[in-house]
Design a protein around this ligand. Structure first.
Ligand code: PMP
Length: 293
């Protein structure tokens, strides 16, 4: 990804893509204190851009630092970058990190940097995978308790176990991993939230130790607008036996049907999943009614 034509926004300047480098002694490279976002661009419009940038600022504050730019400045930077990159269908990745003023644990001396990349990324999974649904392993790594880690922050440190769980699942021939939480309850996939379809209603784990995704909240709004019951609650893995369908939600994966979680087979073509995927596609392209998340 490092050598491409184009431009990135780095600390207030537009920089040629290959020149956007950071020093190897950056604090966040050693101690995983970066925070980032992923935003999708549909027909040239960034969906929920403001919400994502507010979450970026909140993620940094949970780690004890402030972004040196306001959300409004970052939003204007994203718009300018989309225009420069002439991006129509793609993805925006803003990231903030602590610089190279110290490589010991205390971070107060470190300067905070922000960069934004925008690049084409039409879809995460192909049409075929979307049709047959994802097969998920059950990860051996557990989402930590909020007393162990800043679990509401979209910070790099929390992705160490996500990457391990995902790579282990892929090496076993599966698409992704479902992660349980520290109590052994259903949590989320490695980069997306989980919904179960149970007797015509949606059930989704309470996000009390993992990211309450913007797509998750959007889908809850869309489902309620359709008159569906949505239940947010703590769920044990044994409850998968009651589900007829399941799907993942996330900016990158959008709404992705699940065909299996561990031993449990599910219907990836469940009618409600197709309906919500259609509503979501219309909304992000500005064609549907706005839900109230
Ligand atoms: N959980 C994790 C761990 C994620 O990385 C993501 C993607 N940002 C999500 C959930 C879904 O969040 P969103 O819908 O805001 O993209």
């Amino acid at each position: 990804l490092a050598n491409q034509p184009g431009t990135l926004w780095v600390d207030g300047n537009f920089v040629p893509w290959p020149e956007a480098k950071l020093h190897v002694l950056s604090h966040s490279l050693h101690f995983a204190g970066s925070v980032f976002e992923g935003i999708r661009v549909y027909g040239g419009r960034a969906f929920a851009l403001h919400q994502h940038l507010e979450r970026l600022a909140a993620s940094a504050e949970m780690l004890g630092y402030r972004l040196p730019w306001t959300v409004d400045v970052l939003e204007a930077a994203c718009h300018a970058l989309l225009a420069r990159q002439e991006l129509v269908e793609g993805y925006i990745r803003p990231i903030a990190w602590r610089g190279s003023q110290s490589v010991s644990v205390p971070a107060a001396a470190c300067r905070v940097h922000v960069a934004i990349a925008a690049f084409p990324w039409p879809s995460y999974y192909g049409e075929e995978q979307r049709r047959r649904g994802l097969r998920l392993a059950v990860a051996r790594w557990k989402r930590p308790s909020p007393e162990t880690a800043p679990t509401a922050s979209k910070t790099a440190g929390l992705y160490t176990i996500a990457t391990m769980a995902r790579d282990e699942a892929n090496a076993a021939g599966l698409d992704d991993a479902l992660m349980l939480d520290w109590r052994g309850l259903l949590a989320e996939a490695t980069g997306a939230n989980l919904f179960l379809v149970v007797d015509g209603a949606l059930h989704t784990p309470l996000p009390d130790c993992f990211l309450d995704g913007i797509t998750r909240r959007t889908v809850i709004g869309l489902a309620r607008a359709r008159g569906l019951e949505v239940v947010e609650r703590r769920m044990a893995p044994g409850e998968l036996a009651r589900a007829q369908g399941a799907f993942l939600t996330g900016t990158a994966v959008e709404i992705m049907p699940v065909a299996a979680i561990g031993e449990r087979e599910l219907d990836p073509a469940h009618r409600l999943i197709g309906m919500l995927a259609g509503d979501y596609a219309a909304l992000v392209r500005g064609e549907g009614p706005a839900p109230t998340p």
